[in-house]
Design a protein around this ligand. Sequence first.
Ligand code: GAR
Length: 188
Amino acid sequence: MKRLAVFASGTGTNFVAIAKACAEGVLDARVVLMVCDRPGAAVIDRALEMGVETFVFSPRDYASKADFEAQIVRLLDERKVDLVCLAGYMRIVGETLLGAYEGKIINIHPSLLPSFKGAHAVEDAVAYGVKVYGITIHWVNADLDGGRIIAQRAFPYEGSDPAEVHRIGQKIEHELYVETIKKLLCEL
Ligand code: GAR
């Protein structure tokens, strides 16, 4: 059984989808760690409810990104993590974590990359007048939202309400993330 870590900063609906798929045997894997950089984020209670170990930290308690990433790498190493799934982890991965885990880190992003990179992808796409939206899962490298694409799914939307795009997109995210992890697990 493969060992996953999920990193999140917010609500954690993708974390729940992944952890549930593991618990129900849809994925032959276990979430052995949930890493969160925002004390108080809703995802923390969700992890506790699901019995998943958490590492919650505040970046400002560390002298540098290299310092907190070194701590994360120690935790991932100790738990023998096979795959790191970023799920709304709103922080750029630095060279310490990439140095140790590049090729084993994937991210989900709410746009059809390479369009609309960054933290406000849906809002930016709506402002642009986009008519076809989508979700991307990609490998993480040193370029923000720039790693090789693993999976994408598009959906049409003609309105102008970012909240509605998020709602439609999130349902797709949960399915696509689990499907994609399932495929990757066979290759690990
Ligand atoms: C997801 O929609 C994910 O695509 C997005 O954060 C949300 C987290 O939701 N990620 C990014 O924007 C990364 N640039 P969740 O906490 O409910 O899983």
